[in-house]
Design a protein around this ligand. Structure first.
Ligand code: ADP
Length: 573
């Protein structure tokens, strides 16, 4: 029994000892694991730290420096400090002033002031202009400073932001240009509105006066004449405004077609000689030193520019004065002809202070200019934009009271073929039989097919043309004019007057369809009569197979003349 008891007692002691050992082992095991984990973490942190540190080695943008609060000594600096500032980290450790020396002096003083006033609670940040140590080039930098109370110091973040700064500057410049452009567009718009309202106001005023004077024919006639003048002025103004805004918005495309400078001179001569001489102006036009006849370019646009200079010269030169146009070949470089067109006059001249503004839209020398000479101050702006579009240059010289000289310098490719079509246009225009026939031409009995979708326009055209004796048939859209022509017997119509923007089919397409028809009169004269009034529209009309282009508002004398020309051509061949 005792033995049993002893045995049980001993067992209990063993059990207690065993438990104790096991608990101790568990505690040590746990401690060991925790230790190992901490060591692994420390190793990882060290590896990460090194990686973090070495990632700066090639970074040219941002370096970090830590400065002790106590003695203002540099405790550490990332190794790329030299790339960003040109200062070696070790040098900075011995001389903290090195960094201040890089900053433009005035800015360094300003930063010192700001730092004195800094409350350390928020991050300090400032941009500076600086040089990398030993370099001349000015760079843009950013200094940020964070106060780290726990670590007893300041973390300086030094960044080279030159590239970003330059981009920012560029964007700011672009913004300013865009703002200026938008402002000048607004100015242009408000000036345009003013310029349009002025003649519009005149037209409406004259019409209301006319209404009250219907029983006084002389007065009524005068109001009507004034209304007509104002309407023509308004039309020119609108054309000029549209022209200028199209050039400015890059919508004008220059033609590149061979043309003869000699023929251009002849055209200008026949256009201006009689009016200049009728005013008592001594008119001269000549070509000098040309050994090239044909160049490649946009003849219509070039004439537009020169016509404007000549019209002004005639306008501002009193009777007895001289207007001279000179075309002179300057040089041949490679395949390009460099030449000058000079329009000079002995007229009233231009004040010096106005010369710098002459190419701005709506500018006239003074208020009396419009009153005495008319005009709206857009011609020069158009000429200037047009010549710039041709990569040319205009020079103006003028002396008040003595006269003015506009010189256009241009360079155009020389056309390969120098004899092509030479003289044909001029000979045709000068054919006296044709001139006589056209002068005597009337619309009596001319059978016109009019394609016009707008009822009012159709009514006006039909009334006026019928009054002249023409026989009219109307089609209301492009598809209808094609159908009517197709269903008519050959030679039912002498001419088609074709609006362009019409429902179902436009006038250009309708012309193309008619031209393709297999019948003997499918080549009858077709003339565009359209509110599409740009030079490009005129070109498109000719390309579609039309024989001419009359812009709206329609000048019915022009209609008669052009129909006369066309029918003369048809009948005489
Ligand atoms: P507009 O002739 O319609 O007024 P322009 O733009 O063609 O417009 O000309 C602007 C201004 O330049 C004219 O109003 C005039 O004051 C001045 N100018 C242009 N050409 C001449 C010239 N040959 N002689 C004197 N002044 C001129």
């Amino acid at each position: 029994m005792r033995t049993i008891l002893e045995y049980t007692e001993n067992n209990l002691i063993y059990m207690i000892v065993l438990w104790g050992v096991m608990i101790l082992a568990a505690v040590f095991w746990n401690l060991y694991r925790r230790e190992k984990k901490a060591a692994r973490k420390a190793r990882e942190e060290l590896r990460g730290g090194k990686k973090f540190y070495s990632s700066f080695e090639n970074n040219r943008k941002t370096a970090y420096v830590f400065v002790s609060e106590k003695n203002r000594k540099v405790l550490y600096a990332t190794p790329n400090l030299e790339l960003v500032t040109g200062i070696r980290p070790d040098d900075l450790k011995t001389d903290t002033e090195l960094m201040t020396g890089l900053i433009v002096r005035k800015e360094a003083r300003e930063i010192a002031k700001q730092l004195n006033a800094w409350n350390k609670e928020q991050e300090f940040s400032s941009e500076v202009n600086y040089h990398r140590s030993g370099e001349k080039e000015l760079r843009r930098g950013q200094i940020q400073i964070l106060y780290c109370e726990k670590d007893g110091g300041y973390l300086l973040i030094l960044s080279d932001i030159t590239e970003e700064y330059e981009k920012r500057q560029e964007m700011e410049r672009e913004l300013i240009t865009a703002q200026k452009e938008s402002q000048s567009k607004t100015d242009f718009l408000s000036q345009m509105s003013h310029e349009i309202r002025t003649p519009m106001n005149g037209i409406l005023g004259m019409l209301s006066l006319l209404k009250t004077h219907l029983n006084q024919p002389a007065a009524a006639e005068e109001y009507l004449a004034k209304t007509e003048n104002l309407s023509h002025f308004l039309l020119t103004l609108i054309n000029d405004i549209l022209d200028i805004s199209r050039i400015e918005s890059g919508k004008v495309q220059l033609e590149e077609i061979p043309f003869s400078l000699e023929q251009l001179v002849d055209k200008l001569d026949s256009m201006f000689r009689s009016t200049a001489e009728a005013k008592g102006i001594n008119w001269k036009i000549e070509m000098q030193d040309f050994d090239v006849k044909y160049v490649i370019g946009d003849e219509m646009r070039l004439s537009q520019v020169i016509i404007n200079f000549i019209s002004n010269a005639n306008k501002f030169t009193p009777p007895g004065g001289t207007v001279e146009v000179l075309f002179r070949q300057m040089d041949r470089i490679g395949n390009d002809l460099h030449f000058m067109i000079r329009v000079s006059d002995t007229g009233k001249g231009i004040k010096e202070d106005f010369l710098s503004k002459i190419f701005r839209p709506f500018e006239q020398e003074d208020a009396s200019t419009a009153h005495n000479y008319g005009g709206s101050g857009l011609g020069m702006a158009i000429a200037d934009s047009m010549v710039r579009l041709m990569n040319g240059q205009i020079l103006v010289e003028s002396e008040e009271g003595k006269g003015t000289e506009f010189s256009v310098y241009l360079s155009l490719p020389i056309a390969e073929v120098q004899e092509q079509n030479e003289g044909t246009e001029i000979t045709e225009a000068e054919d006296p039989a044709k001139t006589r026939a056209i002068e005597a031409f009337t619309l009596k009995g001319v059978r016109i097919l009019l394609a016009e979708d707008n009822d009012i326009n159709a009514e006006i055209a039909m009334e006026i043309l019928a009054m002249e004796g023409a026989v009219l048939t109307r089609a209301c859209d492009g598809a209808e004019v094609v159908k009517m022509f197709k269903e008519s017997r050959p030679y039912t119509f002498d001419v088609i007057l074709m609006d362009i923007q019409m429902p179902k089919m436009d006038g250009w397409e309708a012309t193309r369809v008619i031209r393709k028809m297999k019948r003997e009169d499918s080549d009858l004269p077709i003339l565009a009569m359209s509110a599409n009034a740009f030079l490009e529209d005129r070109r498109k009309s000719l390309e579609s197979g039309m024989n001419g282009h009359i812009s709206k508002p329609v000048d019915y004398d022009e209609v008669r003349r052009i129909i006369g020309e066309q029918l003369w051509a048809v009948r005489s061949h």
